[in-house]
Design a protein around this ligand. Structure first.
Ligand SMILES: Cc1cc2nc3c(=O)[nH]c(=O)nc-3n(C[C@H](O)[C@H](O)[C@H](O)COP(=O)(O)O)c2cc1C
Length: 170
């Protein structure tokens, strides 16, 4: 049997679902991740719960809007069939200044989506977040926060995160 990049002798069927409407910040992170995984990227509107259930590893990515994932992703997670331990991962971009955004902040932003997936029986095997350009409300008058993010460093860390997912699936 020929081994593929997962070393399992079969392709790791993976998919990324992303909602990224503010500046396409999270979509850039999604592109860096799927370049490693060789996975398609879809919006929540482009994919149904049953289609998602056919994948071994599913990434859910969102800008952080009002301290959580976009409602379209939370809604999709609520409609998924039971996952029986299939794997999922989360990623996001946030508009708070990067210095103020520690692990607790990221974990809190991800918590509703994480809980929704765990409730469906997914194993949440990794989480990634970085800063994203934010011109929400009054910030637009000052050029916004995190201008230029995600930058090359952020996207490099996203690719490394994706490689770690492949490694852990071996
Ligand atoms: C309506 C709205 C609400 C937001 N709420 C938050 C928030 O609660 N916390 C935060 O850190 N950033 C917040 N942001 C900033 C975004 O998370 C940030 O700009 C993100 O990178 C946007 O991702 P996107 O370009 O993929 O949509 C908000 C942005 C918008 C437009």
């Amino acid at each position: 049997m020929e081994l593929d990049e997962t070393g399992r002798g079969e392709a790791l069927r993976s998919l990324v679902v992303v909602c990224s409407y503010h500046h396409k910040n999270t979509e850039k992170v999604a592109r860096a991740i799927v370049e490693v995984l060789g996975a398609p990227v879809k919006t929540p509107q482009e994919v149904g719960p049953d289609e998602i259930a056919a994948y071994d590893l599913v990434g859910f990515g969102s800008g952080i809007y009002h301290a959580t994932f976009h409602p379209s992703l939370l809604d999709l997670a609520g409609r998924l069939p039971r996952a029986d331990g299939r794997r999922a991962f989360l990623f996001s971009t946030y508009g708070a200044p990067a210095v103020a955004a520690g692990d607790k902040f990221v974990s809190k932003n991800h918590s509703r989506m994480r809980e929704a997936l765990l409730a469906k029986g997914y194993a949440v095997v990794g989480e990634f977040a970085c800063a994203g350009w934010n011109t929400n409300v009054f910030l637009k008058y000052f050029g916004g926060l995190n201008r230029g993010h995600p930058d090359a460093g952020d996207l490099g860390r996203a690719a490394a995160f994706a490689r770690s997912l492949v490694e852990s699936a071996r």
